[in-house]
Write a protein that binds this ligand. Structure first.
Ligand SMILES: [Zn+2]
Length: 214
């Protein structure tokens, strides 16, 4: 069933390989227990004028109204969504999936003033119901092609930089975390950004990466 549906539902793991572009993405995951915000990440992106896409959890946005509003007003940033309570979508029925996803959409619009076009399922887990709900809400499902491993305290900044610079290809989508659980993310960012630029990559939003025109 899923393989047949996959043709009609868009699932993105990377952009076209025809342009030397990479998208840095930052998830703000929040379950029913509180998460944080790593402002250093945002400061570095702004200082280096780096475009990025933030996948905000609805519960996170609601708990961080000031930060969400600031992200929404920064022209370098694109705002996407990352569910409301960060559930395992494969454990939800379709009604529950739609409720969580649409609640997140409302919360992110309300707090950022921007309307997400992309949905990233928590843990990268999805099924045909997830894809149908996203389509119903006008959202494309976006995963990633490079995992930095930044939620692991033992993954040092040097390792994050090495992973990204080794795996980067035209069209890559890199996943990191801005919710205070990306332990060495901010520390890695300057080297990661400079390294990608030195390799000739433009850093773009997911929308830029997926655009059809050159
Ligand atoms: Zn997450």
């Amino acid at each position: 069933m899923l393989s047949g549906l996959a043709l009609t539902f868009e699932l993105v793991t990377q952009g076209p390989t025809s342009r030397r572009e990479v998208a840095l993405t930052f998830d703000a995951c929040q379950t029913r227990s509180p998460a944080g915000f790593d402002k250093k990440i945002v400061d570095i992106l702004c200082k280096k004028k780096v475009k990025a896409t933030f996948f905000l959890g609805g519960a996170w946005a609601k708990a961080h109204p000031k930060e969400s509003s600031a992200l929404g007003t920064e022209p370098l940033f694109e705002i996407a969504q990352h569910s409301y309570f960060h559930p395992h979508y494969t454990a939800l029925d379709k009604r529950q999936a739609l409720a969580d996803m649409s609640r997140a959409q409302d919360a992110v619009i309300k707090t950022t003033g921007r309307t997400p076009r992309y949905f990233r399922p928590p843990y990268g887990e999805f099924n045909s119901d997830t894809l149908q709900c996203a389509k119903q809400l006008g959202l494309k499902v976006v995963l990633w092609s490079i995992v930095t491993g930044d939620p692991d305290k033992n993954v040092k900044a040097t390792a994050i930089i090495k992973t990204v610079l080794t795996k980067a290809r035209p069209g890559s989508i890199v996943v990191m975390h801005v919710n205070g659980r990306g332990w060495h993310t901010a520390e890695a960012l300057p080297g990661l950004i400079d390294g990608l630029r030195a390799k000739g990559y433009r850093l773009v939003t997911v929308s830029d990466l997926l655009r059809t025109k050159t």
